[in-house]
Design a protein around this ligand. Structure first.
Ligand SMILES: C[S@@+](CC[C@H](N)C(=O)[O-])C[C@H]1O[C@@H](n2cnc3c(N)ncnc32)[C@H](O)[C@@H]1O
Length: 272
């Protein structure tokens, strides 16, 4: 649907070196960047993808922020999951339409919103956050991005290590400093066959998390991987890897909840 830019909405202006400037359009206002001034009225009522000029003649592309830019491009108090990992988590943890997903901690709400998109209106997301100020900030971010708190999202102030009231959840997504402390919660909250995910920035966390799952039992198919994203410069005849890349962010750790108090760890690396 081709919606024209409206008064009050947030857009992104991309300059000639690729810098992105978030701007909330307000009738009668103007926005100043190093290459000149843009009148908001020159953008309101224009289609997405329009190229406008500053009074100094610099060209700027105007587009709506993508989902990844919306959820990670805001000022925030805690580290959101990087876009390169968000998609991999949704596929790796198999977040499907209709799934009931439990999450902790909510943080900025980036993974919460990604999970909401994946479960769709027939699924549900319950997200626990230990800090009231973070929960309030995440609530604002979700309202800003999605227009309101969706009816299938439940945001809860609480400590996931201490246990949760939910049971029979299809998936559990953990992005907390000590995910091994949530192993008991995972046992009681995730249904047999369900998938448990933990984001671990350090390898010592991966080891402790998996050791703890082995200790409490009832989990199998433990696996971890990381994603390195190397961008390419694609300009005319210049086609080469970029000078910088998004290298280490965190290890993505997965396990499946078993029906019995057993362990199931295949010896091989499997065939994926
Ligand atoms: C790295 S942030 C999560 C970021 C989030 N995944 C995102 O995409 O924005 C970790 C969050 O876990 C919260 N937290 C820490 N311990 C917790 C606990 N025991 N229960 C619930 N939340 C907790 C922190 O307050 C913080 O907001």
């Amino acid at each position: 649907m081709n919606r024209l830019f409206a008064d009050g909405e947030v857009i992104v202006l991309v300059d000639k070196v690729g810098r992105r400037h978030r701007v909330r359009l307000r009738a009668g206002e103007r926005h100043s960047i190093h290459s000149g001034l843009i009148q908001h009225d020159d953008l309101i009522g224009k289609p997405e993808g329009v190229v406008v000029k500053t009074q100094l003649g610099a060209r700027l592309l105007a587009v709506r922020p993508t989902f990844a830019e919306q959820v990670t491009g805001r000022r925030r108090q805690t580290q959101p999951i990087y876009p390169k990992d968000l998609g991999a988590i949704l596929v790796g943890a198999d977040i499907y339409p209709g799934a009931r997903v439990l999450e902790a901690g909510t943080g900025t709400g980036a993974l919460t919103m990604s999970a909401l998109r994946a479960v769709g209106p027939t699924g549900a997301v319950v997200s626990y956050e230990a800090r009231e100020d973070f929960l309030e900030a995440a609530t604002r971010a979700i309202v800003d991005t999605m227009g309101a708190i969706p009816p299938n999202l439940s945001l809860k102030l609480g400590d996931v290590y201490a246990g949760v009231e939910e049971t029979e959840m299809d998936r559990l997504l953990l992005d907390v400093p000590e995910p091994w402390q949530a192993a008991g919660t995972a046992r009681s909250a995730v249904r047999p066959g369900g998938i448990l995910f933990a984001h671990c920035p350090n390898v010592s966390q991966v080891q402790r998390f998996f050791d703890c799952l082995r200790e409490v039992r009832g989990f199998g198919m433990l696996e971890a991987y990381e994603l390195l994203q190397r961008g390419w410069t694609v300009r005319g005849r210049s086609m080469r890897p970029s000078h910088r890349m998004v290298a280490h962010t965190g290890f993505l750790c997965f396990a499946r909840r078993l029906a019995e108090d057993e362990l199931f760890e295949p010896e091989g690396e499997g065939f994926r």
